[in-house]
Write a protein that binds this ligand. Structure first.
Ligand SMILES: NC(=O)c1ccc[n+]([C@@H]2O[C@H](COP(=O)([O-])OP(=O)(O)OC[C@H]3O[C@@H](n4cnc5c(N)ncnc54)[C@H](OP(=O)(O)O)[C@@H]3O)[C@@H](O)[C@H]2O)c1
Length: 291
């Protein structure tokens, strides 16, 4: 819909994450990438395509136990959640982290990462089914924001202290509830505005009375160096937990669609029906080499 335009110089084709095999290598590589390596990558655009070109800094080996579809569900969603929790909020062991949109791509990653960091995820979502899935992923408590007051839920869960961190992709319509649910000295991390961009009321006064930190972040517009540092940290600290004996984490796939059915995929997402990621098979699975 053009509501999230690409950064200057980036492809205007949508698609921010992919998985597949290495088809060709450019000059000046510093790592030992080989043709046909199974990889996944973070992009600034252009992912709805059979071929993408990507700086090696943003390339990761696809975890060996995962299919291409599963690997494709990792880069943007998991790097975003990791960035917000580790680089921005600097979540510490034992802290309570409130994750909104628990069943979203980013939300399903965030719940699992909060657990991996030794902190306690609590969540909001718009249906019982979504809350149940969040619980299976590790959420300690969940609140259906359509039916109950999540502020009360957070205060009950934390014995009145509030959440140390809030991961917020909703924004506008929730601002007052978020400040009320925040602990003193808490960090409220805004990374989306699905619930509106305007705030009408005493935001600054309420935030000040909590000594709250309002932080915001976008991944797509970050520099190559920042993304490279993020990919390196994620590859060291998180990727090992997707495969083998250490496997604690899983990308959550809601559904997969063929490229020719892309409109159905977008309708499904726009109706907020997905629980986890929607994956597009650009190449039909029977033509894939190693999935
Ligand atoms: N800042 C960044 O770097 C960055 C990076 C990636 C994504 N994002 C943002 O992160 C958000 C999540 O992305 P995603 O791809 O993970 O989402 P997604 O999988 O498409 O899930 C979005 C979910 O959010 C919930 N939702 C939508 N509108 C809502 C509202 N007004 N109030 C409460 N809940 C609402 C819906 O679930 P319910 O049924 O529970 O309502 C919906 O299914 C988006 O806003 C996206 O733009 C930001």
């Amino acid at each position: 819909r053009g509501l999230y335009p690409p950064p200057p110089g980036e492809s205007d084709i949508i698609g921010l994450e992919v998985a597949g095999t290495v088809d060709s290598l450019g000059p000046g590589l510093t790592k030992n990438w080989k043709l046909d390596d199974r990889v996944m990558a973070l992009l600034s655009g252009g992912g709805y395509a059979e071929y993408v070109s990507v700086p090696e800094e943003l390339l990761m080996s696809a975890p060996s136990d995962l299919t291409f579809s599963q690997a494709a569900a990792i880069p943007e969603a998991w790097l975003t959640a990791f960035q917000l929790l580790v680089f921005i909020a600097q979540v510490k062991e034992g802290e309570v982290v409130l994750v909104h949109a628990a069943a979203s791509g980013v939300g399903t990653a965030a719940i699992q990462l909060v657990r991996l960091l030794g902190a306690v995820p609590i969540v909001t979502a718009g249906s019982q089914e979504k809350l149940q899935m969040a619980e299976k992923l590790g959420a300690s408590a969940g609140f259906n924001y359509k039916k109950e007051d999540f502020v009360q839920g957070v205060h009950d869960f934390t014995a009145g202290k509030g959440a140390n961190v809030i991961l917020d992709c909703i924004g506008g319509c929730n601002w007052e509830k978020n400040v009320s649910a925040l602990a003193v000295d808490g960090r409220w991390v805004l990374y989306g505005t699905m619930g509106g961009r305007s705030v009408d009321g005493d935001l600054l006064g309420k935030l000040l009375s909590k000594r709250g930190h309002l932080l915001s972040s976008l991944l797509r517009s970050r520099s190559l160096q920042y993304k490279s540092d993020l990919v390196t940290a994620f590859s060291q600290k998180v990727l090992p937990y997707f495969s083998g004996q250490l496997a604690l984490l899983r990308p959550v796939i809601d559904s997969t669609y063929k490229l020719q059915d892309i409109q159905d995929a977008h309708r499904h997402m726009e109706a907020n029906r997905n629980m986890g990621k929607i994956v597009i098979n650009v190449i039909p699975p029977n033509e894939e080499l190693a999935d």
